[in-house]
Design a protein around this ligand. Sequence first.
Ligand SMILES: [Zn+2]
Length: 461
Amino acid sequence: MSDVNLVISGGRVVTPGGVVDADISIGDGRIVGIDAPGTRFSHGELVQVDGATIIPGGIDTHTHLRDPGFTHKEDITSGTRAAVAGGYTTVVGMPNVDPPTNTLERYRDIIGLYREKSLVDFNHNPSPTRPSEVAALADEGALGFKIYMIEDTGRDYPHMPGVGVHHHGQLLEIAESVGATGRVLMVHPHDQTLMETIEGRFWEKGERDHRAYAKAFASLEGMVWDTATSFLIRLQEATGVHMHVLHVKTPRMTALIRDAKARGLHVTAELNPVAVFLCNEWENIERWGPYALSTWTGEGVTESLWEALNDQTIDVVGTDHAPHTREEKEIGWTDMWQAHGGVPSIEYVLSMFLTEVVTGRISLERVVELTATGPAKTFGLYPRKGVVQVGADADLVVVDLEAETTIREEDTLSKCGWTPFDGRKVRGMPVHTLVRGGFVLRDGKVVGEPGTGHHAKPQVN
Ligand SMILES: [Zn+2]
């Protein structure tokens, strides 16, 4: 057994076997013991966290850190500072950077940037728009591949050329090439040609503001999402690829995914926090306008989404942390099609879900599954990550579910400097965050340094 250099004592620990009062011993960055309180002899530092809850560090498999190319919005260091404040210990970047990550050379370059700048463990899912590059990218350690079925109309970001494909034949070739590697194909579902007709109807009436944009995406009860999801499930059946459907937000999407899983198809699904905490309420669209969009989920869908979170239809909560500057958002009050879509979130996602544990809407164990264990299993990082058990990396978050915090915009660590969650009261903001046994957040203060993160590659079982 490794030498113990740190013991975290007195916490309620969420383990695969249940919630237990235990001391966690850490050596060489791994968990080496989970023992009854006070029973373990230690040569190392003792940190007392009486009454706090200890969960595995969040694994965000959908993080936009904007680096390289858009570092006026966020960069890997500022974004991973926000991540540790929010209890995330692993982040997986997205390919809509500049240059878009769709070749081995670009993947190596961006992994080099993460090594230099990240406070947490990391990977980055490249775009498979060049199928000839896919096998080499998988060999280099990519956990999965990201494709957008959306290409922006009226703006060229965040869904720029080079990462978006909606041609079904090209999608078939992409699914075949990713399927051959055994890695995950994560897809932003969207019916591009249907949306062009729908949005054209709003534009003809001169409606381009945040309200029109929200209503366009939710038109016909979210048909642009549903038809794409249906296609993706059929594509999974045709190719065998592990299909990971992103941005679940309509009742028909959850029904399609539930059915696919019941039929034994290799389909997993992601829900984003905005779908249940922001974009599900019209009053938030009115109040925050472009700062809430993303896309409106439409009327009356909230309960069906919580049901999908609770009944395991959803495997992963991805933050879809998507910072943009105020300047890039402001134009959205008059023309949302020119504003950049997406909101920053990684600092508050875990605590917003933990707050719902206190209200009884979801269990603590299920929040852990959605934010850590599920992402780790989906992307091949389990059991090295995503679980508090002996042998796993000591990626830990210590939270106090009794403590209430009011989110304040001036405290936000994301470079963009704003949050649509300003004023919200949450429980369980992280007190300590540890990456492989080292503190990156201590007593609520970021203490991690750039260069701490390791490249988290898939575990070969
Ligand atoms: Zn995204």
